[in-house]
Design a binder for this molecule. Structure first.
Ligand code: C2E
Ligand code: MG
Ligand code: MG
Length: 582
């Protein structure tokens, strides 16, 4: 504690300073009010003791000035008056002094007053800090459900995991829950219904865990993301019990939701991890549980995965890739390869798909299937995607200038590029910069787009279309495919995913689905391109289905620009020559 004394009488000043220093306080002594004010401004004290009668600036002036200065406006002030003149006292108190002592005062009297003022200040400071903490905490809560957000939850978890000296380490289980296909509710019934479902989920989880004994008190549940929740289980002695707890939580969320006259059924996937067996701190525990959830999601709705060490290696690898990807663009490590797209009827090259390639000095070649999801998650994809579009368009414009007039350049777009980024502006900028005719640029979007806010993505797609570019739906048939998208989106082409093409000649189901997709697309005036065609048999079969174009290793793998250029010569199938149309 730091006390400032203002006293012009040297012996009194020294005595006062000595007394307080004996009590363990740090004391700064000024010989008049002016000097005291300077000292106070340099380092705001915790308490001021001031004489009244002093040269230059007297005690009243000092009190007034301190109260008017922000840094010292609340500092406690005790006035030391020479005589018990009531008027002196009232003047000082009116100006903002907190207490007064009449000279000569006794040592005990002085120390009592000092201790009382400092204690009061400490309690006021604590209140101010608490209010500040509360305001900060309110900001860290999810506005919809009032649950802690990621950061606040992380802080609470950290406190819970901090070892208590002498006490045995407690096992803490953490479960991340992801609602399966939640965005479909938003899309079909509106965000207001979706919000009510989330509030209900939050309430069910909180209610379920609301026990006095829980180490995190009320804040054992958090909302980590749009449809992702975290639950801290205070007592999970082993992995089997943890898995059982996940199932319990899933059952809790599987009960029907009755909202605005609708009865809704939801499933949740779960990822879980255990402290200290699998993670040594809060950050790792949360990361592990989320990693486990990432593994659970693709395995289908309602899956539970408990973290295991192999997932950890994947986490380490992800981190490595993430870090290296951060500077990949600036270090010129990214390139585009081009894969030709061919007309099945004529063998002519009708387009190219630009595909990212990344060679990193220590990691070697990293597949886009690995780094694109990381780029999407980290947000790097915005810059990388813009670079890819610009580079592909520049290449296409160059080929166009060389006399290749009839082809299009397809560029893959990530969902992230639709969110919060001005995609139409980027497209029109790239077209203007490269001079590429708009209809030579094709944007490939995936079905996952349909899971995001439909109204805004539709508006963005229409705005892009209005610029004259083409639009293709990539990887059709995987994930959430619905033929309804064909009608809803302003598509020019649809790309049948290689998963269907792979077995098309053996699997009657895949063949039937492909046939239906082709027929439906054609009825909407959308052309169909098959991906991943590797054999002549597959190509022949696709021809019988009426599929217009293909892309695949049968003709060419994705290759660098100077090799892709050679593809303009067209495709001749190995055994069967093309019909006479060529
Ligand atoms: P995609 O857009 O569906 O691209 C087709 C993928 O199939 C490419 O994989 C291509 O190399 C591969 N492929 C082509 N023909 C055959 C074949 O006959 N057989 C087999 N087995 N595979 C074939 P790649 O280049 O590894 O890209 C994987 C995915 O990464 C792409 O799938 C796309 O979703 C994403 N991607 C690549 N470049 C970009 C990009 O610039 N931006 C974005 N957002 N995503 C990209
Ligand atoms: Mg593609
Ligand atoms: Mg594809």
């Amino acid at each position: 504690m730091h006390i400032l004394i203002a006293e012009d009488e040297p012996s009194l000043r020294e005595n006062l300073q000595w007394l307080l220093e004996m009590e363990g306080y740090t004391v700064v002594a000024a010989h008049d009010g002016m000097q005291a004010l300077e000292f106070a401004c340099l380092a705001p004290p915790d308490l001021v003791l001031t004489d009244v009668m002093m040269p230059h600036l007297d005690g009243y002036g000092l009190v007034k000035a301190l109260r008017e200065t922000t840094a010292t406006s609340t500092v406690p002030i005790i006035m030391l008056t020479a005589k018990a003149d009531r008027r002196d006292v009232r003047t000082g108190m009116n100006l903002g002094a907190d207490d007064y002592l009449t000279k000569p005062y006794r040592r005990e009297e002085l120390l009592d007053a000092v201790h009382a003022r400092l204690a009061r200040k400490a309690s006021l400071d604590a209140t101010a800090r608490r209010l500040q903490d509360e305001a900060l905490e309110a900001q860290q809560r999810d506005a919809l459900t009032a649950l802690p957000g990621r950061e606040l939850f992380g802080q609470r978890l950290k406190m819970v995991l901090t070892p208590v000296p002498g006490a045995p380490t407690r096992s803490v289980g953490l479960v991340c829950l992801g609602l399966d296909g939640f965005s479909k509710i938003n899309d079909s019934l509106g965000a207001a219904v979706g919000d009510k479902v989330l509030v209900e989920v939050a309430a069910r989880l909180s209610e379920h865990l609301r026990t006095e004994a829980h180490p995190m008190g009320y804040d054992c549940v958090a909302r980590l993301g749009s449809d992702q929740f975290a639950v801290c289980l205070g007592d999970s002695p082993d992995l089997t019990r943890l898995e059982g707890a996940c199932t319990g939580l899933q059952q809790l969320l599987a009960q029907p939701y009755r909202i605005d006259g609708h009865t809704l059924f939801l499933t949740a996937s779960a990822g879980a991890s255990l402290f200290p067996q699998q993670a040594s701190d809060a950050h790792a525990l949360l990361l592990n549980a989320e990693t486990a959830l990432h593994h659970a999601k693709p395995a289908g709705p309602g899956t539970v995965r408990v973290f295991d060490a192999e997932m950890n290696q994947q986490v380490a690898r992800r981190l490595q890739v993430h870090n290296a990807l951060h500077s990949a663009l600036d270090l010129n490590e990214l390139q585009l390869y081009y894969q030709p797209q061919v007309s099945i009827a004529t063998g002519e090259v009708v387009g190219f798909e630009a595909l990212l390639r990344w060679q990193q000095p220590t990691l070697g070649w990293v597949s886009p299937a690995e780094f694109i999801p990381i780029a999407e998650e980290s947000g790097f994809i915005t810059r990388i995607g813009a670079w890819a579009m610009r580079t592909a368009a520049t290449q296409a414009a160059q080929w166009h200038a060389q006399g290749h007039q009839k082809f299009r350049m397809a560029v893959n777009l990530s969902v992230r590029q639709f969110v919060g980024n001005n995609l139409p502006e980027l497209v029109s900028k790239v077209l203007a910069e490269t001079g590429l005719p708009p209809d030579m640029l094709e944007l490939e979007v995936t079905e996952s787009l349909a899971l995001h806010s439909v109204a805004s993505t539709l508006a963005t797609l229409h705005a892009c279309k209005a610029l004259g570019v083409k639009l293709a739906m990539d990887d059709f048939g995987t994930g959430y495919s619905s033929l309804a998208y064909l009608k809803r989106y302003p598509l020019d082409a649809l790309k049948i995913d290689q998963a269907f093409v792979r077995n098309i000649t053996q699997d009657a189901g895949d063949a039937a689905i492909t046939r239906a997709i082709v027929a439906m697309s054609h009825s909407f005036g959308i052309s169909v391109i098959a991906e991943g065609v590797e054999t002549v048999e597959q190509l022949d079969f696709l021809r019988t289905l009426g599929c217009e174009e293909f892309q695949g290793y049968l003709f060419s793998r994705p290759v660098p620009a100077h090799d892709a250029e050679k593809c303009f010569a067209g495709f001749t199938p190995p055994n069967a020559p093309f019909p006479s149309t060529r």
